[in-house]
Design a protein around this ligand. Structure first.
Ligand SMILES: Cc1cc2nc3c(=O)[nH]c(=O)nc-3n(C[C@H](O)[C@H](O)[C@H](O)COP(=O)(O)OP(=O)(O)OC[C@H]3O[C@@H](n4cnc5c(N)ncnc54)[C@H](O)[C@@H]3O)c2cc1C
Ligand code: FES
Length: 290
């Protein structure tokens, strides 16, 4: 069992967990992830290691989108997680490149953050562009500011930072004309695809962290197969980071939709169970008070 030493909400439906997992904490590098299972009959889901500390804790940041992530986000400090396997995946390529632009969309910022820290430590000039639908959904603003030479915040509705998409800010940064050695973009698939199309005409090396459905995380199940440069690659062992100009995003979108119906049914079942459990609790409290 892996104890949760801290659980705290960061934004609506987004929660940060520090989990005691000393062997993972000791080995992990930027860009790597864990696969965890909350309980015996639970699904295995991949989550990026956002940070680690000397006490042997890893930090993960979770956006509740379906059954398992919403279940995870109900856990609190003092609860435990059954399995935490990792660190998995290839680490981010870190070097002194020059100016790097790091783009995080939504919870993608949590995945971009450890790489931004490593890029800054390696002596790069880091320009970060962080975007979300609105102010309420923005995460890690202070942390990204602390590790960036320049931080640009974009919200779809203009409720914080500038109004617009991260791609518009990226275009402005490109148009300044100063050389950009590479761009790293992490977020929803349409956002990563749009970033790739902005940098392609300028031949700016662009890396994306792909998020296909994963099961074993060891290259054995084939679940995370993606098409990169016309070749099949496994995001869990060959990635999750790949050259954005080589990725077939259409195939990624189609494969991520494969279990949509089962995912929807599973979430509906989970929410019904939660609702019944809550009703039971409040009727117990009523019985006690009468
Ligand atoms: C290498 C890697 C690192 C990741 N790191 C993080 C992280 O740090 N924080 C975080 O919140 N999420 C992260 N994800 C996404 C996370 O794994 C999924 O959100 C989770 O598996 C969904 O499980 P679920 O049972 O809650 O939802 P499901 O019921 O399985 O799916 C609900 C919805 O989420 C979509 N979805 C399912 N799997 C994924 C996926 N792998 N990526 C994106 N969308 C998905 C589905 O299409 C569906 O619309 C990462 C994914 C990968 C592959
Ligand atoms: S998750 Fe099974 S091959 Fe990658």
């Amino acid at each position: 069992m892996f104890p949760i030493v801290e659980a705290r909400p960061l934004a609506r439906d987004v929660k940060l967990f520090r989990i005691h997992a000393p062997r993972v904490a000791k080995k992990r590098q930027a860009g790597q992830f864990v696969i965890l299972r909350i309980a015996e009959h639970g699904e295995r889901i991949p989550l990026t290691i956002a940070d680690s500390d000397d006490e042997g804790n890893i930090t993960i940041i979770v956006q509740g989108v379906g059954k398992t992530t919403k279940w995870l986000n109900t856990l609190e400090t003092g609860d435990s997680i059954l399995d935490v396997v990792g660190p998995l995946g290839e680490e981010s390529e870190i070097d002194t490149f020059g100016t790097v632009v790091i783009i995080g969309g939504g919870v993608g910022t949590a995945i971009a953050y450890p790489t931004a820290v490593a890029m800054k430590k390696a002596g790069n000039h880091v320009i970060s562009i962080v975007g979300s639908r609105n102010r309420e959904l923005l995460i890690l603003e202070d942390e990204m500011r602390a590790t960036s030479d320049e931080l640009c915040i974009m919200t779809d509705d203009g409720s914080h930072g500038e109004k617009g998409f991260v791609t518009e800010k990226l275009q402005q940064v490109i148009d300044r004309g100063a050389p950009i050695a590479r761009v790293l973009a992490i977020g929803p698939v349409p956002m990563m695809r749009a970033v790739a199309e902005r940098t392609r005409p300028h031949a700016i090396k662009t890396i994306v962290s792909l998020n296909p459905i994963m099961v074993d995380g060891t290259g054995m199940c084939g679940g995370c197969r993606v098409l990169v440069g016309g070749k099949s690659r496994f995001a869990c062992v060959d990635g999750p980071e790949f050259d954005a100009h080589q990725v077939d995003f259409e195939v990624l979108i189609q494969r991520n939709r494969l279990y949509k119906q089962q995912e929807t049914e599973s979430l509906a079942r989970f929410e019904k169970e939660q609702c019944e459990a809550a009703k039971q609790k409040s009727s117990c409290r009523l019985e006690q008070s009468t």
